[in-house]
Design a binder for this molecule. Sequence first.
Ligand code: HEM
Length: 210
Amino acid sequence: MAETDAVPQDPIRRYSNVTVAIHWTTVALVLLQIWLGLSLDDLKGAARANTFDWHKTIGVTILLLTIGRLTYRLSNPPPAFSPDVPSWERIAAVWNHRLFYLLLIGLPIGGYVAVSGFVGGKPTTLVGGITVPTLPGISKQMGELAGEAHGALAWGLIALIAVHFLAAMKHQFINHAPASGRMPPFRPPHGEETVVGQGHGATPIEAARA
Ligand code: HEM
């Protein structure tokens, strides 16, 4: 079954608690990370160094969390869409999510390459004085290029978040779509029942009814 296919469902299938917990933790970390990243330009000296240590630490955390999330997702595919979501919206949602994964991995890696160029391959520090090795053989010029790409991709991520947020609001408050309950604590607007539908095949309730 393709990821964009729709399956009639009652109750509405939703994401598992593992995905929901990772989703909202990622949201908090990404918003904090964007704020820290944008603050860097206005800071100097110790305040900048401290903010930068937090930026690198949160970046590594987002990268590891995203790799864990993708690994989990491979054996637990997302809940199938319900037919009340039009086909163009299903395609847009799937691509929005794919681009999120690409950026949540590409952005920290771009930052890592940039830091490697700036420190000339020497280890770099995270919060708590933890040191991590950097990539050897990255010139200052390559680091600067990676830093520029990192900044541009960050704006891409901000745009993606805006589209994603507006789509969720549209489903909840304009369409009053039952599918709004896919990512708790959001609930379907008319109080329809939901069930964890992440994984293969029918949900246990649907299987019992079949
Ligand atoms: C940093 C911000 C965010 C990121 C990186 C993010 C990322 C994602 C990703 C990757 C998925 C797909 C999960 C999967 O299939 O594996 C998803 C689903 C979802 N997110 Fe977000 N999200 C963010 C913010 C938000 C916000 C602010 C809201 C609500 C206002 C929201 C509501 C939802 C909903 C409702 C879904 C389920 C969509 C569906 O499959 O029908 N997200 N998000």
